[in-house]
Design a protein around this ligand. Structure first.
Ligand SMILES: [Fe+2]
Length: 314
């Protein structure tokens, strides 16, 4: 690639990366790898066990209505049409790890981030391709790993919230880390007053600190983004420490606070969490237990046909 992907990276970006929400310019959307034809090809050939087809209630404020669906035998073209006209959110996980031309882009991202930010630790970089309907959104939630969002097509609004006792009680982070398929974080509209809000255009990327609550809403256009998930050792250690804190809180009635724990304390708690995992005091669900709750129907108004299926009790 002749021109760098990152178009601007100032001292302010360098200082704030991973510590505060930031947005920057890039040129990934000019690569020619995200045309309708390319998306159709990817949707068609991507392994189904690495593809999530999801929907959610309109105006949903939490992840409770988030559900997975069956893409059926529709062609890539039909499924892209369903995304354009319906209410769907697709994640083609590991697209940027599997296919050489996309992997080259992720490698360039990694190299440029490393060069631009001395403390950038590129461990297990995973690049998923998000393709979502003009009305789709992702309700208030946190992610377990560090995340960057490189926006490529359409416009989407991202709200990023600070972490305080209201927006994200520490016990909620622990709850999520302890239960693999629980992403529910209590949300109240009043939190929006505290949020940093970005309206992302093609050619803009954003990142935020680990565990920052955030939500996303597409602004009337089909959207395409690269989501990069990575887990530097600091994130693995912090998650491990918070898992241990969660157990101390729940089993021993203590009130540990991650902010007040230094590096050594965090490290010990991280190590303990590894042992606890082995002792199966921490139960990690490994399979998607709920099954498909809808099937994709390109002819339906929202492209969603609900399946008559009982929701499993968690
Ligand atoms: Fe997220």
């Amino acid at each position: 690639m002749n021109s760098p992907l990152i178009k601007e990276w100032t001292a302010t970006h360098r200082e704030n990366f991973g510590k505060n929400p930031i947005v920057w310019q890039h040129s990934m959307h000019e690569s020619g790898l995200f045309t309708d034809e390319k998306l159709i090809e990817l949707i068609e050939k991507h392994p189904r066990d690495l593809a999530d087809f999801c929907t959610m209630d309109k105006n949903a404020e939490d992840m409770a209505s988030w559900r997975g669906g069956d893409p059926g035998n529709h062609s890539g073209a039909e499924l892209l049409k369903a995304v354009r006209s319906g209410h769907l959110w697709i994640n083609l996980r590991k697209t940027f790890n599997i296919y050489p031309e996309y992997a080259t882009l992720l490698q360039t991202v990694t190299d440029e981030m490393k060069a631009a930010t001395p403390n950038f630790s590129a461990v297990s970089m995973m690049g998923g391709l998000l393709i979502s309907s003009p009305s789709a959104g992702v309700p208030y939630h946190i992610d377990r790993s560090d995340v960057m969002l490189w926006h490529i097509r359409g416009r989407k609004r991202v709200w990023i919230y600070p972490m305080d006792d209201q927006t994200l009680p520490e016990s909620e982070v622990e709850e999520i880390l302890l239960h693999e398929h629980n992403d529910d974080v209590p949300y109240d509209k009043s939190f929006d007053d505290k949020a940093v809000v970005y309206d992302l255009e093609p050619g803009q990327a954003a990142s935020w600190p680990l565990h920052s609550p955030h939500r996303v809403l597409n602004l009337g256009e089909m959207c395409v983004s690269l989501t990069v998930e990575y887990s530097p050792f600091s994130a693995v250690m912090q998650n491990g420490a918070q898992i241990t804190n969660g157990i101390l809180r729940r089993r021993l009635g203590l009130n540990p606070q991650i902010e007040k724990q230094g590096r050594l304390s965090r490290f010990i708690r991280f190590a303990v969490s590894r042992v606890l995992r082995k002792m199966t005091l921490v139960k990690a669900k490994t399979a998607h237990e709920s099954g498909y709750l809808f099937s994709v129907d390109p002819e339906a108004a929202t492209a969603v046909r609900e399946l008559k299926q009982q929701k499993h009790a968690a």
